[in-house]
Design a protein around this ligand. Structure first.
Ligand code: BF8
Length: 626
């Protein structure tokens, strides 16, 4: 296949061509190299759980050596994907919690949102009167850390859900206990000789995913806001055109804001700025990729270089002095691509060491010093840039980002209530939904996947939804697709139906709202929960849906599962590896509806998927309007 047809991003197409000329291999070459992918893997029917395997299930060999059938094998593989995703998100949250425990008035990490900290402290029964804010922070951090391994009880966040939803979770036994415990339980139950019942395996998957959504991710988002500030609307630009020819270009890629926040500070250090000048550069230009990109654009307006599929192509510009990474979604191939140019590929976390990279460990205890050292390495590399190898493609789009719940509600309050009656609640949002000006809310989230044309599913679906008056909120690489294609620009209201266009005009928002990183899907779950509580209904009664048009990671599987467990229908543009078990497909796409009031829908055609979503939202409205 022509590699340029594998993405709809024009910058990417230009750089795919340049990579070819430079003799550099990228994901798009490797995709062409894999003529066909393993059918057993695609369907989830390959079992590698014990040393007797791999056992591959087919009509001729319907059972593995231990007798496991396709339902057991698919169920176990699915549960392990959920556990992998939950582990990644929650370990991110654990690091943030440890950092909050380290916070101090004169240290690297400070409390930026005292109000949010106090609210959480009160909610968790922490004494707040006449206490130093840092003592409160440390006690809150300690409670957060206990969520990972407490021996008794269930997630501290469940009580925030509508009562009827809590009852459902209790009845079907999916209230998550401690985060690490749920992950360990899945690893145990899916070991050879344990769970061999598809219903039970999916039930275990739901409970583990709940530890991701209603525990780890909530800790990650809340504690990040407390330390780094709750995002508010800010202006930025997106796509590789944000790189600057005359500056030291540093791209931050990965996930945890503990590193990126320090790099943002260090990039402003007068000493390093002077060094950049000495090297012949006009300054330091920071930009972000993947979820780290989302974290720093939401809080500081740092420009978005691109998404998951653009990480190699960013280096192909020949204009990047350093790609600084921490954990998750980092191609090992970056070491090879960086080698073809002058770029320093700097890994920083003992959890994600990569052969061929420059390893510069970052520790929270030494945060600013470490960050400064890393930025210095990038600045010193400017002199090694080879101008003849530089090509910065020109495309970039303006975007307004930073829509935390707090930002959305205050914006709606300001305009819908004309500043007269500030509710501080979801009432204005409910009013828009109830009146039908906005038909529903869709969270279009997640990754890029080489199984589909990069960005096509995201952009097609988002455009179709806003055209039909459905407000879109987005996180992860989906948010970056929206930003790159101008859908987070306020001018995109011209692509909306009349109702949504009016709301965008009145409220002064774009039709696709950037709500953060993938961990921040907790913000989306929170707002649906608040709407349900306001109306005294269940979360499944709100015309809100989750969509992952190009998902690829285990984290996305965990997210989709907890979103469904929360009563929110979820739509996938890529089939997950479960199709080898009819029973698994039936439970995930239908059976769960009876249990949790929501299920998955899978359709790999983005136009068809958009039509199904719009139809389902309208059906949900019948009930909602009553
Ligand atoms: O956690 S959307 S490719 S960057 S996994 Fe990764 Fe997927 Fe991007 Fe963030 Ni989320």
């Amino acid at each position: 296949m022509d590699k340029k047809l594998m993405t709809i991003d024009l910058n990417s197409q230009i750089l795919i061509e340049k990579a070819e000329k430079d003799g550099v291999e990228t994901m798009y070459d490797r995709k062409n190299g894999f003529k066909s992918q393993c059918g057993f893997g695609l369907q989830g029917t390959c079992c590698r759980i014990c040393g007797m395997g791999p056992c591959r299930i087919s009509p001729k060999t319907p059972r593995g050596l231990c007798g496991a059938d396709e339902h057991t094998i698919v169920g176990r593989n699915f549960a392990r994907m959920v556990a992998g995703g939950t582990a990644a998100h929650s370990d991110h949250a654990r690091d943030i919690a440890h950092t909050l425990a380290l916070s101090s008035r004169d240290g690297n990490y400070k409390i930026r949102d005292e109000k949010k900290l106090i609210e959480l402290a009160i909610d968790w029964g922490v004494e707040t009167e006449c206490r130093d804010i840092y003592d409160i922070a440390h006690e809150v951090a300690e409670i957060g850390l206990m969520e990972f391994g407490k021996p008794h009880g269930v997630s501290i966040f469940l009580k925030n859900a509508p009562k009827v939803r809590q009852e459902i979770w209790k009845t079907i036994g999916i209230e998550p206990r401690a985060i690490d415990r749920e992950i360990a339980t899945v690893m145990h139950s899916t070991h050879i000789g344990c769970s061999a019942d598809i219903d039970s395996l999916i039930n275990l998957s739901l409970r583990t995913s709940m530890a991701d959504g209603w525990q780890g991710s909530m800790i990650g988002t809340r504690f990040s806001d407390i330390m780094f500030g709750t995002p508010m609307p800010t202006q930025t630009e997106a796509n590789l055109g944000v790189l600057e020819e005359n500056k030291v270009n540093i791209i931050l890629h990965g996930h945890e804001p503990t590193l990126s926040e320090m790099i943002v500070l260090a990039a402003d250090d007068p000493e390093l700025l002077a060094l950049a000048k000495e090297m012949g550069a006009e300054g330091i230009n920071l930009s972000g990729m993947c979820c780290t990109g989302n974290e720093i654009t939401m809080r500081h307006g740092v420009k978005i270089a691109g998404d998951f599929h653009q990480q190699e192509l960013a280096l192909v510009t020949g204009a990047v002095e350093a790609m600084i990474v921490d954990v998750q979604c980092i191609f090992p191939a970056l070491a090879y691509v960086a080698d073809c140019y002058h770029t320093k590929f700097i890994t920083t976390s003992p959890k994600a060491k990569i052969t061929g990279s420059t390893y510069m460990q970052f520790s929270e205890e030494n945060a600013y010093k470490d960050a400064k050292k890393i930025v210095k390495e990038a600045v010193l590399n400017f002199k090694n840039r080879k101008p003849e190898k530089v090509l910065i493609p020109e495309f970039k789009s303006p975007a307004t980002v930073g829509y935390s719940i707090d930002a959305i509600l205050s914006q709606l309050d300001r305009v819908v209530n004309f500043n007269v009656d500030k509710t501080g609640t979801v009432k204005p949002l409910i009013d828009c939904l109830k009146s039908g000006v906005i038909r529903g809310v869709a969270a279009v989230v997640g990754c890029n996947n080489a199984k589909s044309v990069t960005n096509k599913n995201h952009v097609t679906i988002m455009k179709e939804l806003i055209k039909n008056d459905i407000l879109v909120v987005s996180t992860g690489c989906g948010a970056q697709a929206a930003a790159k294609f101008g859908l987070m620009d306020k001018g995109a209201k011209k692509l909306c139906g009349k109702g949504l266009a009016t709301v965008c005009e009145l409220v002064d928002i774009p039709p696709v709202l950037h709500m953060g990183s993938c961990v921040d899907i907790s913000r989306i779950v929170d707002i649906v929960s608040e709407c349900a509580k306001y109306l005294d209904v269940d979360m499944c009664d709100i015309p809100a849906v989750g969509i992952a048009p190009e998902w690829m990671s285990e984290k996305a599987v965990a997210i989709g599962t907890y979103v469904v467990a929360s009563g929110i229908d979820t739509y996938l543009g890529i089939a997950p590896p479960v199709t080898g078990s009819k029973k698994a497909v039936e439970i995930l796409t239908n059976g769960l509806k009876k249990e949790v009031g929501a299920a998955f829908t899978i359709n790999e055609n983005p136009d068809e998927l958009a039509a199904i979503i719009i139809d389902d939202i309208e059906k949900k409205r019948d009930h909602f309007e009553k």
